[in-house]
Ligand binder design. Structure first.
Ligand SMILES: NC(=O)c1ccc[n+]([C@@H]2O[C@H](COP(=O)([O-])OP(=O)(O)OC[C@H]3O[C@@H](n4cnc5c(N)ncnc54)[C@H](O)[C@@H]3O)[C@@H](O)[C@H]2O)c1
Ligand SMILES: [Zn+2]
Ligand SMILES: [Zn+2]
Length: 361
């Protein structure tokens, strides 16, 4: 029987989100219905609401979630009802040219549920990042469910589903930060703060956190930043160079995703250093720079999609490190809210009051 539950829906560009009744079909072949326990509010949800991703309104928002498997469709044997899972948006296909070349983190054909969740009048919903977890229950593909240790707090575990994994992986996987590296992170919201944690986990000896908001810098310091730079009153490039004996950082991570922050990342790195863009620019943004600077400075200019993670490999490992007290993921949960608090949480994100607001269901 299809189930009717509550979900947070964005109906049109820039309009406040609404709590609506939504219909979850029974899971079809390869599909799973998950009872959501917790779902973090990510900047990407706001970008969806503002029409910055695409125009496929209405969206069912929410995608940083953990929960319990409710029911499974035919052919699903990777999870069973009752399993504790973190939802992911990289259920790799194993068949595309990236997967076949042994680079599944670039999979071009990741799995999502085939059926659509709907409003009660039958209008099809577009689930954010193929998840849609600001809802009591959601329908996903079995591959989007990664089992992790159920001892983990769902509010914490869910954050691995997007922002924390994206930031941590930007440092550890994409940036390949190593022992003794100097790393700078520009923008220390949930994603950037996770990059700080990742840099620390990887053994960086200098970790410079840059933000315009003092609260973010305080949190970044608590999470492992060795130095902080307030970009609202300091020149980011000059400050990073000064903290790295004039050379620049080995890896600079742009966790904002604007032309000015990317440029700062580019010039704040050492010769042959690496820039990792993990913040998501909007389509209108442009960059104009002397081409010779790209040549003369060498190094690597990379983008990080979802921290180049493989959920099956990375989620259980990171949850284990967290449960061992080696990864302070609980610090990312600034506030616990209810489903009707998402719009307010977007505002809190804007005013810089939170690393993550997490909806508890
Ligand atoms: N690549 C991926 O796979 C992936 C995954 C999740 C999120 N993201 C993106 O990462 C970005 C960050 O997400 P978030 O949830 O941490 O957002 P957030 O809004 O919580 O954090 C952004 C931070 O950047 C700071 N900031 C803004 N402009 C700045 C500037 N000019 N200089 C320095 N700091 C500045 C803000 O003060 C804030 O602390 C977003 O663009 C989001 O869409 C990317
Ligand atoms: Zn693939
Ligand atoms: Zn996200």
């Amino acid at each position: 029987m299809p189930q009717q539950v509550r979900g947070v829906v964005a109906r049109s560009r820039n309009a406040p989100v609404e709590l609506a009744d939504i219909v979850i079909p029974d899971p079809g072949p390869g599909e799973v219905v998950v009872s959501v326990a917790a779902c973090g509010v990510c900047h990407t949800d706001l970008t969806y609401r503002d029409g910055g991703i695409n125009d496929e309104f209405p969206f069912l928002l929410g995608h940083e979630a953990a929960g319990t498997v409710d029911s499974v469709g035919d052919g699903v044997d990777s999870v069973r009802p009752g399993d504790f899972v973190v939802l992911n948006w990289r259920a790799v296909c194993g068949q595309c040219r990236a997967c076949k070349r042994g680079r599944p983190q670039y999979c071009f054909d990741t799995f999502n549920a085939t059926q659509r969740m709907t409003l009660t009048d039958g209008t099809e919903l577009t689930p954010a990042l193929g998840i849609g977890a600001f809802a009591d229950k959601t329908l996903v593909h079995a591959g989007q469910c990664t089992k992790v240790d159920p001892a983990a707090d769902p509010a914490v575990a869910g954050l691995l589903g997007c922002g924390v994994m994206a930031g941590l992986g930007a440092a550890v996987n994409t940036g390949a930060v190593g022992r003794g590296d100097a790393v700078a992170v520009i923008g220390c919201g949930g994603v950037g703060a996770a990059a700080v944690v990742g840099a620390r986990l990887a053994g960086a000896s200098t970790i410079i956190a840059v933000d315009r908001d003092e609260r973010k810098l305080t949190w970044a310091r608590e999470l492992g930043a060795t130095h902080v730079v307030n970009a609202s009153n300091t020149d980011t490039v000059a400050a990073i160079q000064e903290l790295t004996r004039g050379f620049g950082a080995d890896v600079v991570i742009d966790a904002v995703g604007r032309p000015e922050t990317w440029k700062a990342a580019f010039y704040a790195r050492d010769l042959a250093g690496t820039v990792v863009l993990v913040g998501v620019p909007t389509p209108d943004m442009r960059l104009e720079m002397p081409l010779v600077d790209f040549f003369a400075r060498g190094g690597a200019l990379k983008s990080s999609w979802y921290g180049d993670c493989l959920p099956e490999r990375d989620f259980p490992m990171l949850i284990d490190l967290y449960l061992q007290g080696r990864l302070p993921l609980e610090r990312f949960v600034t506030e616990r809210i209810t489903l009707d608090g998402v719009e307010k949480a977007f505002h809190a994100m804007h005013t810089g009051e939170v690393l993550r607001s997490v909806v508890i269901l």
